[in-house]
Design a protein around this ligand. Structure first.
Ligand code: NDP
Length: 296
């Protein structure tokens, strides 16, 4: 029997609708319009598509979208100057610098120059520290989306055993912090973990953020567990290019109690949570009530 397939597309549409409703109220009651600035350096085609999608969804949610496209040979000083201008702009509540940046730029310096209150990606060192110490932070969008889906599926996560495979700063580590914040018993696995299959089989919640196509197979999953597949991998199959996750959906879905598919699982939630974070940043900037259920 196949486990419940968590529909990330539908979930993301619901999050976007809730964001739009709150934005409309904010504009009506407080005369405030949230604004998101996205900065893209260079002309990477995948990043361009992603930035365009962000712009479209931002406007659809009733927010202002500011796109800044800079040439690949822009100096780091010029990028930092733009970030400072956006930091000071009251119409901008969220700033996102699209990664990766060209090799001549120091991404950490750029990210840490963003005003932490406008850091809607949640990558600024202040937000990392706030999340790590259980304080109110801007939370990275992808793990926030995973947490929302897990909460919606389970209600409370308290006491559950969670295993996060992957320890990157953008997915694995913040995901583990969020699960810990919801009182899960958390293990972080990585490329040096011994007996990975046995570690994974102990999980009530298994989050795969590895970047290796279909490496988590059904025999690594506890029967009935909830599996969140963050991976996005492009593979050639039957002469066609396809997107697959880090989880082997065919074998995993017959063991798991619930599972996110790829595509259509975690992916759509990432931009939805970017919009939610922009709204949250705007509410905090203006001292008005934050939307319920759209933050960690
Ligand atoms: P990284 O490459 O930064 O991190 C991968 C992690 O996986 C590392 O911690 C690495 O361990 C671990 N790992 C690698 N091989 C193994 C292995 N054989 N066994 C156990 N652990 C292993 O990737 P990201 O965190 O940035 O992304 C992970 C995946 O999520 C990618 O497929 C990416 O495309 C996708 N992604 C999807 C998003 C979305 O919106 N859905 C957003 C962001 C990412 P170690 O540290 O020891 O090297």
């Amino acid at each position: 029997m196949t486990g419940h397939v968590i529909d990330g597309k539908a979930f993301a549409a619901d999050v976007r609708a809730r964001v739009a409703a709150h934005v409309a109220r904010l504009r009506e009651e407080h005369g405030v319009k949230p604004g998101l600035a996205v900065v893209l350096v260079g002309a990477d085609p995948a990043s361009e598509v992603y930035v365009r999608n962000k712009g479209v969804q931002t406007v659809e949610a009733g927010m202002a979208s500011f796109e800044h496209k800079l040439a690949a040979d822009t100096s780091e000083a010029d990028l930092l100057a733009l970030v400072r201008v956006l930091n000071a702009d009251p119409a901008v509540h969220g700033i996102l610098v699209q990664l990766p940046l060209p090799a001549h730029m120091n991404a950490e310096l750029v990210i840490n120059t963003i005003d932490p209150a406008k850091d809607v990606d949640g990558f600024h060192i202040s937000n990392v520290g706030l999340l790590g110490t259980g304080q109110k932070a801007m939370v990275p969008c992808t793990p926030l989306g995973c947490l929302m889906m897990l909460r919606a599926h389970h209600g409370t996560l308290a006491g559950m055993t969670a295993v996060v495979v992957g320890r990157s700063n953008i997915v694995g580590k913040p995901m583990a912090q969020l699960l810990l914040g919801d009182s899960c018993t958390v293990t972080i696995a990585h490329s040096r973990t011994r007996e990975l299959a046995a570690v994974c089989r102990g999980a009530d919640i298994l989050v795969a953020a590895v970047g290796r196509a279909e490496m988590i197979t059904g025999d690594m999953i506890k029967p009935g567990a909830t599996v969140i597949d963050v991976g996005i991998n492009r593979v050639e199959r039957d002469g066609r290019s396809r997107l697959v996750g880090d989880v082997d959906f065919a074998s995993a879905s017959v063991v798991a109690g619930a599972i996110t598919p790829v595509p259509g699982g975690v992916g759509p939630m990432t931009i939805a949570c970017l919009l939610a974070n922009t709204l949250t940043a705007c509410c905090r900037a203006h001292g008005v009530a934050e939307p319920e259920g759209l933050t960690a």
